[in-house]
Design a protein. Sequence first.
Length: 187
Amino acid sequence: MRFLRNFDARASAKKIRENFYAKPVGKEKSFHWTWPTELVEVGECLATIYRSDKWHKKGEYEDYKHKSESEQRLYVVPGAPLTELRAIGMQLVGPTEKVPSRLLPDTVAELALFMGFQTRLYDKDGSRFYLPEGDEGLYEFSISHAKLGAGRCENGKTFLVVYHEKRGPYCFVFGEDLDVEKDGIVG
């Protein structure tokens, strides 16, 4: 998938896709939306659930769940995506961060159909955001008709992105050890 701005990452997106599917990339898609300039950090990603046909014939899908093996942070795009997730009853609070204009690439790899995230969401005490303990703050959610993609930031770190082909990105996951390999999402 190619985007309207940012650094050229075609080669890294191609490598991610080919690693994930263990076969050459087919055709390339272009979208006419841009990356957000801000993201709201809403908590930690505990697991990513997706549906893929990577080990089967095209169209024969299997569900996968990647349990985060290291710290991964979940970010939501402000505006419509944040509003839609709040409308389904999710308490989404957290610090808003500016996204440096060249941090995100111009190309990402489409990996799979997005089935959901298992998360621990921030709570707020005054002006302080914190991750609750025990079962508090645990949520599982999905976004209808969304896809899961992955790319590499300008600094070489891999990220996950959940997006609608027409409406653009909804959520991002960033983690120091996050990557995509032949066996799927790792880290």
